[in-house]
Design a protein around this ligand. Structure first.
Ligand code: DC
Length: 215
């Protein structure tokens, strides 16, 4: 089983995807972290993220591998590069600004989608991102799209101590030529501006249980 959770930046995908994965005993996969890891690796190796050829070349040769491990009482699949997962480094403002460029490179997306599909080897998945329901696992029956008002999303990011231009990042993610952010066909859309994460994840879990019972 694959549960696809897509949506805009800071719409609560991570918090809710983790809650759903915990409740249903699935492996949690943060695909944004995979793109962020490549963006971080480009910056570290002084590769210009606006140079699509250079980014694709680095992606072709970097030594990155998937691992499934236990973290915070949850099974998670993560991409390690040179045996290291840059957990804190990928959350900086520099990486957030660089990542939409990296994520727009077709060869990078091809590489990432292959790895994301390989995560099935670890078991049932809750996978969050921008193109999971449209592109990575379009055949799944469990698709969710999260969104919230821009002011509310900016407030949430600021509460996490991160200031960034979410509108600019969403615009880049929605307007790129390959696998842009959009509502997947058949997805349940949840605008959680006025909802707690308990309510959002509760809604998702209830919907999955309902659909499973109907099968
Ligand atoms: O979810 P996030 O903010 O960590 O994602 C970082 C960036 O990666 C986001 O700006 C868009 C890109 N991304 C993507 O293009 N496709 C995905 N499946 C996940 C993330």
């Amino acid at each position: 089983m694959v549960i696809a959770i897509d949506g805009t930046s800071a719409s609560g995908k991570s918090t809710n995807a983790k809650r759903v994965a915990r409740a249903l005993g699935c492996v949690y996969v943060d695909t944004g972290a995979m793109y962020r890891t490549l963006a971080w690796y480009c910056l570290k190796n002084r590769v210009d993220v606006q140079d699509a050829r250079a980014v694709a070349a680095l992606c072709r040769k970097w030594k990155a591998a998937l691992h499934c491990l236990e973290a915070d009482g949850l099974r998670v699949a993560r991409l390690f590069v040179d045996g290291y997962f840059p957990e804190n480094e990928i959350r900086t403002a520099e990486v957030s600004a660089a990542v939409p460029h990296v994520a727009a490179v077709p060869k990078v997306r091809e590489w990432m989608v292959k790895r994301q599909r390989e995560c099935l080897q670890f078991g049932s998945l809750v996978m969050e991102g921008r193109d999971i329901g449209t592109n990575v696992f379009p055949e799944t029956d469990f698709k969710f799209y999260l969104d919230a008002k821009l002011e509310e999303r900016s407030r949430r990011r600021a509460a996490d101590g991160v200031r960034e231009n979410l509108a600019a990042r969403d615009q880049r993610d929605s307007q790129r030529a390959v696998a842009p952010l959009m509502v997947p066909l058949g997805a349940k859309v949840i605008n959680n501006s006025q909802m707690t994460s308990e309510q959002t994840s509760g809604l998702i879990i209830a919907e999955i249980r309902k659909r499973l019972a109907e099968k």
